[in-house]
Design a protein around this ligand. Structure first.
Ligand SMILES: Nc1ncnc2c1ncn2[C@@H]1O[C@H](COP(=O)(O)OP(=O)(O)OP(=O)(O)O)[C@@H](O)[C@H]1O
Ligand SMILES: [Mg+2]
Length: 310
C-alpha cells in the first residue's frame, strides 16, 4: 500500500466566471468543490491506476467534514487525524474569456503539539501496512519545520520507501533523513540549491542526502539523477491546459514505480505520460485515460550519464 500524507489538506473550490474583473461583482457559472492538497491528489491518481492508497494528514471543522465527505465519494481510504480549527480552502477562479485561473490559498489553522503527537502515532501505526510513503506539500503553521525529516526516519525504520514533494526549508530539512526520492520542480530546485542548471542542482540535492532526485521541468519533462544513472524523459508534445496537479500525477507514478520495483526508464516514461494526462484535465487529481495510454508508449527516455557515485 502507498500512504500519502497531506498535513495541509484543503477543500479546493473552483468558480467559473465569464471574465475576472477586479472590484466588480461576478455571477458564478459552474462551481465545484472537492478534497485537495497534494497528497490527496496523489492518492486520487493512484486509485485511478488501481494502486491501493491510504490518505492521512490533518483535518478539522466544517471544511474538514466536507473534505472527508468528498474522500468517501471518491472511495479513498480516509485515515485523516482530526484537529481543532477549520481546514483551509483554496479558491480558483477560472475566467471563460481567456481560460486563465486565479488562485487564492488559505494557510490553514495552527496545529498544536498534542495534535502533532497524535498524528505521529497514527502515522507510525499506518506504516505497518505501507511499502511507500508520499510526503507532499507545505506544512501548516505549528507543525515542526523538520516534520518530513522525522516522518522519513520513521518510514525508513519501518522499512518503507519515501517520496518527498516539497520546496524551501521543508525540502532541505527532509534531505538529512535520506528520503528515497525527492521531486522538486524547476523553481524549487533553484531555490533549494542556488543552481539554475537542473543537473547540477539535482546532483547537489543528492549530496545533501536524497537517494534519487526526479526534477520536473514543466513541458520539458523530467531529469532523474539516481544511483543507477541519469535519464531525461520528455513529453512527445507540449500540451495546453492546467499544469496544477501535474506534479502530483508525476509523484503518483514515482510512488507506483517504487512499489512495483520498476526500473527508472519505465518509471519516468509512466511519470511523463501520467503528468501530461493531468495537464489536460481541469481539476488536479484527474487524468485523461486516453492521453495517458497514448503517451506511455511514446515518451522518449534518454540516458545521459554513467551511474552517479554515492
Ligand atoms: N504543458 C505541458 N505539456 C506536457 N507535459 C507537461 C506540461 N506541463 C507539465 N508537464 C509534465 O508534468 C510534469 C510536472 O510538471 P511541473 O514541473 O510543472 O510540476 P509542479 O510544478 O511540481 O506541479 P504542481 O503544480 O502539481 O506542483 C513535468 O515534468 C512534465 O512531464
Ligand atoms: Mg509541485
Amino acid at each position: 500500500m502507498i500512504l500519502t500524507v497531506t498535513l495541509n489538506a484543503a477543500l479546493d473550490v473552483t468558480y467559473h466566471v465569464d471574465a475576472l474583473v477586479p472590484r466588480a461583482s461576478h455571477r458564478v457559472g459552474e462551481s465545484f468543490s472537492r478534497a485537495g492538497g497534494k497528497g490527496v491528489n496523489v492518492a486520487r491518481v493512484l486509485s485511478t491506476l488501481g494502486v491501493p492508497a491510504v490518505v492521512t494528514g490533518l483535518v478539522g471543522g466544517p471544511t474538514g467534514r466536507a473534505i472527508r465527505d468528498d474522500l468517501r465519494v471518491a472511495e479513498l481510504t480516509d485515515e485523516l487525524v482530526p484537529m481543532a480549527g477549520d481546514s483551509r480552502r483554496t479558491v480558483t477562479v477560472v475566467s471563460r474569456e481567456d481560460g486563465d485561473a486565479t488562485v487564492f490559498n488559505q494557510c490553514g489553522p495552527h496545529v498544536d503539539t498534542a495534535v502533532w503527537t497524535t498524528f505521529v502515532a497514527r502515522f507510525t501505526r499506518l506504516l505497518r501496512g505501507a511499502q511507500v510513503v508520499v510526503l507532499s506539500g507545505s506544512l501548516p503553521p505549528g507543525v515542526p519545520a523538520d516534520a518530513y525529516a522525522r516522518l522519513t526516519r520513521l518510514a525508513d525504520d519501518a522499512g518503507a520507501m519515501t517520496v518527498v514533494d516539497a520546496g524551501g526549508p521543508t525540502l532541505l530539512k527532509a534531505l538529512g533523513a535520506h528520503p528515497t526520492v525527492v521531486k522538486p520542480n524547476a523553481a524549487e530546485l533553484t531555490e533549494a540549491t542556488g543552481h539554475d542548471d537542473a543537473a547540477t542542482a539535482a546532483r547537489s540535492l543528492r549530496e545533501l542526502g536524497a537517494g534519487s532526485v526526479v526534477a520536473s521541468r514543466g513541458p520539458d519533462g523530467l531529469l532523474a539523477v539516481t544511483p543507477e544513472g541519469t535519464w531525461r524523459a520528455t513529453p512527445p508534445r507540449r500540451l495546453a491546459g492546467n499544469p496544477t496537479g501535474a506534479g502530483d500525477a508525476c509523484v503518483a507514478a514515482i510512488a507506483a514505480g517504487l512499489l512495483a520495483a520498476e526500473p527508472w526508464p519505465a518509471v519516468l516514461r509512466e511519470a511523463v505520460a501520467l503528468s501530461a494526462a493531468a495537464v489536460v484535465c481541469p481539476l488536479a487529481g484527474d487524468i485523461d485515460a486516453g492521453l495517458y495510454h497514448q503517451f506511455r508508449t511514446s515518451v522518449p527516455v534518454e540516458r545521459t550519464h554513467a551511474p552517479v557515485d554515492h
